[in-house]
Design a protein around this ligand. Sequence first.
Ligand code: HEC
Length: 131
Amino acid sequence: MTIPYRLALRTSIALFVCSIALFTLARQPVAYASKEDQRKRGAIDFQKKGCERCHSISGIGGDRAPDLAGVGQRRGERQIQTQILNGGHGMPPFKSVLSKDEVKDLVAFLTSCRADTASGCRQWMASPSPQ
Ligand code: HEC
């Protein structure tokens, strides 16, 4: 059986283009930050952007709002993000205060606040509480 010349040509051109595309994609630096970096940044923002004035984590911080040590167990990513953006029930909205990345970092940090883990999410903070 003979493969028509034009079909063979088209197929090899297509393969060539695909391999160039794959090669280019594979060489891209990893564009996303690791979850760990996000959580560390989120922990810093939590202290710097005033969350800690109202909220504590494992008892360290303000007492005007619920302690967030276990918030990742009670609330999903979406709910945490919505609360940060829109506030409500006594919490001011942070939509216009924080950048999108800062919100993402805070959400990554807070979803890791599951009181059941060994050192909880305080491990991401600069000065974790003594064990
Ligand atoms: C002025 C005080 C205040 C500040 C500042 C504040 N919050 Fe809150 N926040 C509250 C209160 C009060 C609630 C309780 C809302 C409720 O009872 O539903 C709350 C609720 C939350 C919840 C949901 C808690 C739960 O158990 O469901 C999250 C998450 C949260 N805040 C994150 C943040 C983050 C992140 C920041 C900083 C960017 C922040 N808060 C800053 C007062 C504050």
